[in-house]
Design a protein. Structure first.
Length: 280
């Protein structure tokens, strides 16, 4: 049972960032999924570090694991199941099975545009099998995250409605796919209308984008876990710019009805500990 009525749940931070700081190679298109495949004990340890920092929710390393992606389909289901079991072993809190956008499988930066050249029917088909596997993998809920366009939100909403399992849906607030006025708010309302969706919101965006995005959201439990403010260059696969202290803004997100809060890319266990202290 996911209870969002008694106070905010703190979600873990940048898993790939932590793995890289621990000496792991996350430069390939697989990102943290390479460690999931090749060194599960190391991934379990990284999850446990976030749990020890105060994370109530551990998000699995399945963001870039999907059928039709860079990992051979024959391996995908095994790795999806492994991602959930490792997060479960690492802590005593909730486990959210990560469902990244189709752009994450392509590793070409299209997760920040949604410009795939695919229609709703094709998007539904590409998401369906992974959603079904993760829905039965033993997680407490699905973390459908970094969704970059209204079209992909629509496709995921239709698939989630058919599944009927608990999920939160978080949009890539800075994606060019939501550039049109009102597009982000409309997509949040679409996601919130799905039975089983317990919260909606934004992630993988600049900290300053969170407040305006939550102001567009419907009156439901909300989600906020931005990046630290650095910018990702998908061509060079490098980060640029300075980091912001997320804990400073976190109480404001909670005041705006965010009930799942934390950090995304570049956020560390220290950031998560600070957020936990700020919102509890």
């Amino acid at each position: 049972m996911i209870d969002l009525t008694t106070g905010p749940l703190v979600v873990d931070g940048g898993l790939g960032t932590l793995l890289e700081s621990r000496g792991n190679d996350v430069a390939s298109p697989l990102w943290s999924a390479r460690v999931l495949r090749d060194d599960p004990a190391e991934l379990r340890t990284a999850h446990a570090e976030f749990a020890a920092a105060g994370a109530d929710v551990l998000i699995t390393a399945s963001y870039q694991v999907g059928f039709g992606g860079p990992i051979p389909d024959a391996e995908v289901e095994r790795l999806l199941l492994r991602s959930v079991s490792l997060a479960r072993e690492a802590g005593n809190g909730l486990v959210a099975a990560s469902v990244g956008p189709i752009g994450a499988l392509r590793a070409d930066g299209s997760e920040y545009t949604g410009a795939y050249g695919l229609d709703v029917v094709e998007l539904r088909a590409l998401h369906r099998r992974r959603l079904a596997v993760l829905a039965d993998a033993g997680a407490d809920l699905l973390a459908v995250e970094t969704v970059p366009s209204p079209l992909e939100v629509e496709a995921l909403a239709l698939e989630l409605a058919d599944l009927g399992v608990p999920a939160f849906v978080s949009l890539s607030a800075d994606s060019t796919g939501f550039a049109a006025p009102g597009a982000l708010g409309s997509a949040l309302r679409t996601a919130a209308s799905v039975p089983g969706v317990v919260a909606v919101g934004v992630n993988c965006c600049a900290p300053g984008s969170v407040g305006p995005a939550l102001a567009e959201a419907p009156a439901v439990p909300l989600v906020a876990y931005p990046n630290t403010g650095e910018r990702w260059d998908a061509t060079t696969r490098t980060w640029h710019g300075g980091a912001a202290p997320l804990a400073v803004d976190a109480p404001g997100w909670v005041a705006a009805s965010a009930r799942i809060v934390g950090g995304c890319c570049r956020s560390t266990p220290a950031d998560i500990a600070a957020i936990a202290a700020a919102v509890r």
